[in-house]
Write a protein that binds this ligand. Structure first.
Ligand code: ZN
Length: 145
């Protein structure tokens, strides 16, 4: 197996889909391969974060308690409104310019795929619903999955 296969194996092990032999073979590889060991540790960290997420129900009455501590904002004078609007426009224009710069550096048709730039193209081979796929979604910000 090559490193890409071992990384898929790491995902299967963490998902509980690997048998003992596959897990043993993975552990042997991790002892000698630093990049796969780092990948495995990252997967474990993400997996641990997901396990720590628990669904909670807010205590009753918390909304009323929060609203009771807030007060209505005082009226903003005309000059402040103009200043705030101008500052917002500057921030938006800067954001667009920075976005253009980043896009021209990585995102145009002549440049390689972002996954290739960050050497993460192997992650696309992960099966749907696997931890590896979730890690890819987290790192690339894809909200469709
Ligand atoms: Zn490796």
């Amino acid at each position: 197996m090559d490193c890409m296969e071992y990384r898929k194996s790491a995902s299967r092990v963490l998902d509980g889909e690997a048998d003992a032999a596959e897990e043993r073979e993975l552990m042997l590889h991790l002892e000698g391969c630093g990049s796969c060991r780092l990948f495995h540790e990252s997967l474990q960290a993400v997996s641990a974060m997901h396990r720590e997420l628990v669904e909670t129900t807010p205590p009753p009455g918390i909304l009323d308690a929060v609203l009771a501590t807030t007060r209505r904002p005082e009226r903003i004078s005309g000059w402040w409104k103009i200043g705030i609007s101008a500052a917002a426009a500057v921030v938006i224009l800067l954001g667009v310019r920075i976005g253009d710069y980043i896009s021209s550096s990585y995102g145009d048709a002549s440049s390689p795929d972002q996954a290739e730039v960050f050497e993460m193209d192997y992650l696309e081979a992960f099966p749907p619903g696997s931890l590896g796929e979730r890690l890819m979604v987290t790192m690339e910000g894809d909200v469709d999955v």
